[in-house]
Design a protein around this ligand. Structure first.
Ligand SMILES: NC(=O)c1ccc[n+]([C@@H]2O[C@H](COP(=O)([O-])OP(=O)(O)OC[C@H]3O[C@@H](n4cnc5c(N)ncnc54)[C@H](OP(=O)(O)O)[C@@H]3O)[C@@H](O)[C@H]2O)c1
Length: 352
């Protein structure tokens, strides 16, 4: 297997630091360029980044000099990961793609573009083909692949076994989101300590729209027909460090599904990318737990190195068909780890 030289844009931020951590020992990818703002450029990484991970800064990047995020500064990388602030990601990522460097990004800017995949590898791997219709460069060397919002990932992954077995008619979801979801320095401590904030700007709208594309159908013209599932979302910020917990109510396409059949759907579900055996792919991307006190962010956010979505309290609901709790690590499965898995799938399917 070829070893790929990769750049990380926004390497100093909360998601950027997760990239640095996840790529430390990656068997296929080596970080050879790190980019951030003019404030950080020119400094060694350990001085530029306000390191918030609970391990030491990996030796391979500790003394690398932070660059700006333009294509020249990235040197001869094979592709870049982006954890850029959405306020600047649009222009910078486009410049990189137009220079012929593939961009695998967490930022929201291109998620709704007609030919840009919004990819959760175990949910909609076929959408990867949309890349073929992109035209950032003449020979399509530079393309853009996005991963969804950190709630959309655990929501769609936790729904997938039910969607495959019975179809989905409508969803009500309430997310209890960790403070790390707001980046660094994030939510003021006086707002969140011992408190819950009942609104996160722009979040509910993203949670209602993004699953439509992820669960949508790829058409012959390389665009996705959105799923058109009615979704109502409420997003709350809670005093948790890592891991977004979701309370989900789901109405199924098939009527009178028993609880046993719903549990079997989770037990029997096989990830459509399992055959690739990708380095970051957990054996069980979705795990149904029987203990009604599970999952909990503190206990389960790091399940399967943060790549597993845990589902619990699956039960018949008073309204709709079923209710359950889902948990996903927001900066790993919902951001950097999801992007690394996207890149691994792109390699396995010959796009990189
Ligand atoms: N946190 C999550 O759970 C999560 C989940 C999914 C997706 N996302 C998305 O991922 C992206 C990063 O989020 P985050 O939480 O890591 O944010 P963050 O902690 O605020 O980090 C932002 C990064 O962008 C860089 N940046 C800011 N302005 C720049 C400029 N003008 N030129 C170049 N670089 C610039 C910063 O560099 P400096 O340090 O030099 O300022 C920093 O590295 C966002 O688009 C966010 O919406 C986040």
């Amino acid at each position: 297997m070829k070893n790929y030289k990769v750049g990380v844009l926004g390497a100093t931020g909360a998601v950027g630091q997760k990239f640095i951590r996840l790529l430390e020992d990656h068997p296929w990818f080596t970080v050879t360029a790190i980019g951030a703002s003019e404030r950080s450029a020119g400094k060694p990484y350990h001085e530029a980044a306000h390191w918030i991970e609970d391990i030491s800064i990996p030796e391979n990047v500790k003394n690398q000099i932070v660059k700006t995020c333009d294509p020249k500064a990235m040197g001869d990388v094979d592709f870049v990961f982006s954890g850029l602030d959405a306020a600047v990601a649009g222009g910078l990522e486009l410049e990189i793609a137009k220079a012929g460097i593939p961009v695998i990004t967490n930022a929201r800017n291109y998620r709704r573009e007609a030919h840009v995949p919004l990819l959760v590898p175990e949910v909609n791997p076929g959408h990867i083909e949309m890349i073929k219709k992109q035209s950032y460069t003449a020979e399509n060397k530079g393309f853009i692949v996005t991963n969804p919002n950190c709630v959309c990932v655990p929501l769609t992954l936790s729904l997938k076994p039910l969607a495959d077995a019975f179809g989905i008619e409508s969803i009500v979801v309430t997310s209890m989101q960790a403070v790390s979801g707001a980046g660094y320095p994030g939510v003021p401590s006086l707002d969140i300590m011992g408190n819950v904030m009942p609104h996160i700007g722009g979040e509910e709208e993203k949670i209602m729209w993004e699953p439509q594309k992820v669960l949508g159908t790829l058409q012959n013209d390389g665009t996705v027909k959105n799923a058109g599932i009615p979704i109502h979302a409420s997003a709350y910020r809670v005093p948790v460090l890592e891991g977004h917990l979701l309370s989900v109510l789901v109405k199924l396409g098939k009527k009178n599904v028993s609880l046993e059949a719903a549990k079997e759907a989770y037990a029997n579900w096989v990830s459509p990318i399992a055959h690739h055996q990708l380095p970051s792919s957990p054996e069980h991307p979705v795990k149904l737990m029987e203990n009604v006190f599970f999952p909990q962010p503190r206990l389960h956010a790091y399940s399967a190195k943060g790549m597993q979505v845990s589902v619990g309290k699956l039960r018949k609901a008073g309204v709709y068909d079923f209710a359950y709790t889902a948990l996903g690590h927001n900066t790993i499965r919902g951001a950097a780890g999801g992007a690394v898995l996207n890149a691994e799938l792109l390699v396995a399917e010959g796009y990189l």
